[in-house]
Design a protein around this ligand. Structure first.
Ligand code: HEC
Length: 171
């Protein structure tokens, strides 16, 4: 077999030939890339979807962050206060969190104070007018918790005054 004889080319022809070779190479690489992408699409469609849908994956990352944050803050307790609800962590806390934050903010609880009877009246009122369900055996646990942790504060009122010299207003 005789080798193909390289014809004598002018510098101009050499340049054109080099250009044709370069363009052919680019075409071959591009075709190769397209074939690889097409094959991956067929063989690993989910991976490709994830790679090419940047928007969706960042939305996934966002919702993951939100989920992580709420998980963290839901377990975060500082100085005995559950950060997500502001409720005092004590016996019955879980029951109160589960039953009493479904319809309204826990602030309604933390900003209220009452003795056991007062709390019971509020629960009855919600049951009669606001569709609060029967709390069953949890009611006692919840009432114990509320009466202990959100009781009227006795020291909130000043001491009675003593030794006052009363005087009568002239009329
Ligand atoms: C079915 C829904 C629902 C559930 C569950 C619920 N509540 Fe309520 N509660 C309400 C509604 C409605 C109000 C009135 C809200 C308002 O005035 O904005 C209310 C009001 C309150 C108030 C304010 C009462 C007042 O006099 O201002 C307190 C305190 C309260 N709830 C505590 C609780 C506790 C403790 C529990 C758990 C045993 C609980 N809630 C569960 C519906 C509910």
């Amino acid at each position: 077999m005789s080798e193909i004889e390289k014809p004598d080319l002018t510098p101009e022809q050499e340049q054109i030939l080099a250009q044709v070779v370069r363009r052919t190479n680019i075409l071959v690489y591009a075709t190769g890339f397209i074939v690889v992408v097409a094959l991956l699409n067929i063989m690993a469609p989910q991976t490709m979807e994830r790679l090419f849908q940047a928007d969706t994956s960042s939305a996934n990352a966002d919702s993951l962050m939100v989920a992580m944050e709420s998980t963290i803050s839901d377990t975060l307790v500082v100085d005995g206060i559950h950060m997500a609800t502001g409720l005092i962590v004590d016996d019955g806390f879980e029951q109160v969190k589960a039953s009493c934050t479904a319809c309204h903010s826990s602030k309604l609880i933390t900003q209220n104070k009452a003795d056991r009877d007062g709390w019971k009246k509020m629960i009855r009122w919600m049951q009669e007018t606001q569709n609060l369900w029967d709390l069953g055996p949890n009611e006692d646990i919840i009432l114990d918790y509320l009466a202990k942790n959100y009781a009227p504060v006795a020291t909130g009122r000043r001491m009675n005054l003593t030794n006052i010299e009363w005087y009568t207003l002239e009329d």
